[in-house]
Design a protein around this ligand. Structure first.
Ligand code: ZN
Length: 80
């Protein structure tokens, strides 16, 4: 699974590039929904790109670009 171009290659904590990527559900149903109202289709649930640094353990969650694109028009989010 290649690292998406919007995710930095190096760990922001230790600088290592020995990092790993997986995808996990953002929830919904009986679980908390961590990206509410950002689905691209009503029957889908966004998935986080999760990156773990093998050297220091820092774990980061990234919302995919297609879901981030809905932020400006979603009623579930407030621009800061
Ligand atoms: Zn690290």
């Amino acid at each position: 699974m290649p690292l998406p171009p919007s995710i930095p290659r190096a760990c922001p904590s230790c600088g290592s590039t020995d990092r790993y990527l997986t995808k996990v559900s953002t929830g919904g149903g009986y679980a908390p929904n961590y990206l509410p109202q950002l689905s691209t289709k009503w029957w889908t649930t966004p998935r986080f790109d999760v990156v773990v640094c093998a050297k220091c353990g820092l774990t980061q969650f990234f919302a995919p670009p297609e879901n981030r694109a809905k932020l400006p028009t979603s009623k579930g989010w407030t621009h800061l």
